[in-house]
Design a protein around this ligand. Structure first.
Ligand code: PEP
Length: 256
């Protein structure tokens, strides 16, 4: 398999979860745009749906991309409270998370939901970031690798290399999200290797080599560089530390 680790662009996505009104979000986005130094990393922010429009205005003309935290797989219809992929594309999103662990564990999204979401995002011409990761119980039981393999296969198995061209994957161990407990760089790299090998088995080595695999789980400015040192760690999905411009910018700059 050719080594493309040096050609995959580093991707850093800030996931604001259920934080920030439109006004607050626009101010935070403006601070990020103002402080971001040009670099190798592709930077995106994922505000809540209600802040997408003001944040889109605040980042217009900058290198910062707009991402959404979730999507519903249908295009339109009687689905009260839902937002579709074409709606997100029309709202200037180019990236959409699918299967974040809070969607899986708080809202009950199952593997089939994650697959439908990823497909809807691809159909609408955007990049899905398929999130996978094991619970602490699964890790302690020695099942971590199987869990992420199965989640990945359920989400993208059977799709062709060309269908998967925009795909990114995020490895987010559930025990590390919002807990202050980060995977060690070695653990992250080992799990990213497993994910890349699974992608190769599912979609071929070219798809596996070009797909960015992000790590998420209590990333901060002072651990970002070490986590990114793994050859298969291509970026970061950042929650809590993306809620302030200074801490998010520290991470973006650590990413190059
Ligand atoms: C996340 O929301 O995807 C996340 C990793 O959160 P945190 O950085 O707060 O652990």
């Amino acid at each position: 398999m050719p080594d493309q680790s040096s050609t995959r662009r580093t991707v850093v996505i800030g996931n604001w979860k259920m934080h920030k009104t439109g006004t607050e979000g626009a101010a935070l986005a403006a601070g990020i745009v103002a402080g971001l130094r040009p670099g190798r990393a592709e930077v995106a922010i994922a505000p809540p749906f209600t802040a997408l429009a003001p944040v889109a205005d605040a980042i217009r003309g900058s290198s910062v991309a707009l991402a959404a935290q979730d999507v519903f797989h249908e295009r339109e219809g009687a689905f009260t409270g839902a937002v579709s992929a074409p709606m997100l594309a029309a709202a200037s999103c180019s990236i959409v998370l699918a299967g974040h662990s809070e969607r899986r564990h708080v809202f009950g999204d199952g593997d089939e939901d994650v697959r439908r979401k990823a497909l809807a995002v691809l159909d609408a011409g955007m990049r899905p970031v398929v999130c996978v990761g094991e619970t602490l119980e699964q890790r302690d039981a020695g099942q971590a690798e199987n869990v992420v393999r199965e989640q990945l296969e359920a989400a993208v198995g059977g799709l062709s290399d060309s269908q998967l061209a925009p795909l990114a994957v995020a490895y987010e161990p559930v025990w590390a999200i919002g807990t202050g407990r980060t995977a060690t760089p070695d653990t992250a790299e080992a799990m990213h290797r497993v994910i890349r090998a699974s992608l190769a088995a599912l979609a071929g080595s070219e798809a596996a080599e070009r797909t960015p695999i992000l790590y998420g789980g209590s990333v901060k400015g002072d651990n970002a560089g070490a986590i990114l040192s793994g050859a298969n760690v291509d970026g970061l999905l950042v929650g809590g530390a993306s809620l302030r411009a200074d801490s998010f910018l520290d991470i973006c700059h650590a990413a190059g």
